[in-house]
Design a protein around this ligand. Structure first.
Ligand code: ZN
Length: 496
């Protein structure tokens, strides 16, 4: 069975059939780098990275052109620039560089093309002109708007009903559009704002038209797959369709629309106002990027997901276990199967694993098989079979973008109760609290050890050597030895 994906447009799981032979053209809505990115922004890019790797994998063997845009002009980057006395492009460059670095750390491959909206103004202006010509857009004294009532299929992608949308919709005082659902294609510049020339007056593009114009210019329409987060279905993708399809001979603009689920943090949306905002760059300092990748793969890409410190610690220990088994099998360690224990051949694991991926990228199912394979890896006593198992594991790690984890030092193995035992040993008054008020609950063993070391350093700085020693002894009792040097404190685990 070929690769099948859930298509939001048809509301069905369908085989992906490239429009051009062996070439898949993909457009994914990219970042608006006008503020710091958080892990929620990364989820969809991590999924499309794995999908792209699978499209190119010999199993499918397609060439992929992957376009991911940069919305480099919007109200927020203009406001930030005005507040900081700088220009919008400097604001964008700063946040985008941080995002790119985070993507590099997370081993997300670079898009083939990364178009900046401001570099496609002529294409955008041309498209708006065509929409006005067809009677689908009109100019007012504050900009150019799309006339939603002129496009009868509006709402088809999201399943929204135009009449219901109209209830409660109002026109803001500063807007001059005819109908509350109409949206801006071009906004005339206010004094001091960045602007580009257009036949209707100088200004800047609206967000939605950018993706319509850039996908048409770079991939041509129709193309194979349009992706983005679930929150983009309405209105962004609905508006893209409304702008693109009336200008095409044979819609749809994209055969498949694929949407990734959203991410919550400790059961809430991450936001500055809720006080649970952590920039992606900070989060990546605390957590193994490959464990983050693994954590996302554990949940279906479409499902909403809840990120907790416990869940990332569990993903980290799961990753360490897989890597550790791989290393042991590589050095030909064998564990005899128990009585009645069945061992499956690598080929059987391979077939099961790819069947899961072909079924709408069921990465959770595929990971289950990967763990089964790891379970059998130490039981293959024939070296050729073991090598086959090892190379399958490496291949799947590559597909998931975590292959480099296999080339790291063998991880120290902590048992599952390590943090809990350490916490009990320390007692409440010794609990090392980090700046954000977290205690040792839900931390990875490595992070827990680092917290205790930080607390000990603080105690020693305050000349409380008795406390410092008690913290050191608690670690020692759990088999963790500390070594102090002028460069700081390092730790080792007895027997590792
Ligand atoms: Zn877009």
């Amino acid at each position: 069975m070929p690769l099948r994906l859930y298509n939001t447009r048809t509301r069905a799981v369908e085989p992906l059939k490239p429009l051009e032979p062996d070439h898949v053209r993909v457009y994914v809505c990219g970042l608006t780098p006008s503020a710091e990115a958080h892990l929620g922004h990364a989820r969809s890019f991590l999924f499309f990275d794995v999908l792209r790797r699978y499209l190119e994998h010999p199993r499918n063997g397609w060439r992929v052109t992957y376009v991911q845009n940069v919305t480099d002009i919007d109200d927020r980057s203009i406001a930030t620039a005005q507040r900081e006395g700088t220009t919008f492009d400097r604001v964008v460059a700063r946040y985008y560089a941080a995002f790119k670095e985070a993507m590099r750390v997370l081993n997300v491959r670079e898009p083939d093309v990364e178009p900046y909206a401001t570099k496609y103004v002529p294409e955008i202006v041309e498209m708006i002109g065509q929409l006005i010509e067809r009677g689908l857009a009109y100019a007012t004294d504050d900009g150019v708007y799309y006339d939603v009532a002129a496009f009868p299929r509006y709402g088809a992608l999201s399943g929204k009903n135009v009449d219901e949308l109209l209830v409660g919709a109002r026109i803001a005082e500063n807007e001059h559009k005819h109908d509350p659902l109409d949206f801006a294609l071009w906004k005339f510049a206010k004094p001091g704002e960045p602007q580009w020339a257009s036949p209707w007056g100088s200004g800047r593009p609206g967000w939605h038209i950018e993706c319509s114009a850039m996908s048409r210019a770079l991939l041509g329409v129709p193309f194979d797959l349009h992706g983005g987060g679930y929150d983009l279905i309405f209105p962004h993708h609905e508006n893209e369709i409304a702008q693109s399809e009336p200008l095409m001979d044979a819609p749809p603009m994209a055969e498949m629309w694929v949407h990734g689920g959203l991410l919550n943090f400790e059961n809430r949306k991450m936001s500055k106002s809720l006080g649970n905002f952590e920039p992606l760059t900070d989060l990546l300092k605390r957590h193994d990027p490959f464990a983050i990748r693994l954590l996302f793969l554990q949940t279906g890409y479409q499902k909403p997901m809840n990120f907790t410190e416990e869940s990332i610690a569990a993903a980290k220990s799961s990753l360490d276990k897989l890597v550790s088994v791989f290393k042991r099998a590589e050095s030909a360690e064998i564990e005899p199967a128990g009585p009645g224990g069945t061992v499956e051949a690598p080929a059987a694991h391979r077939a099961a694993l790819f069947a899961h991926l072909d079924n709408d990228m069921n990465t959770a199912g595929a990971l289950g098989i990967l763990h089964d394979l790891a379970g059998d890896l130490l039981r293959y006593d024939d070296p050729r079979v073991r090598d086959e198992g090892l190379s399958l594991m490496r291949e799947v790690f590559g597909l998931f973008g975590i292959e480099a984890a296999l080339d790291r030092e063998r991880p120290v193995e902590f048992d599952e109760q390590f943090v809990e035992r350490l916490r009990r040993r320390l007692g409440p008054e010794l609990h090392p609290s980090t700046g954000s008020g977290q205690s040792l609950n839900g931390e990875s063993p490595e992070a827990a050890i680092e917290s205790v070391i930080a607390k000990r350093n603080e105690a020693r700085k305050n000349k409380d050597f008795a406390l410092g020693d008690r913290l050191r002894d608690a670690l020692a009792a759990e088999g963790v030895a500390l070594k102090d040097s002028k460069d700081g404190t390092t730790w080792t685990v007895a027997g590792a």
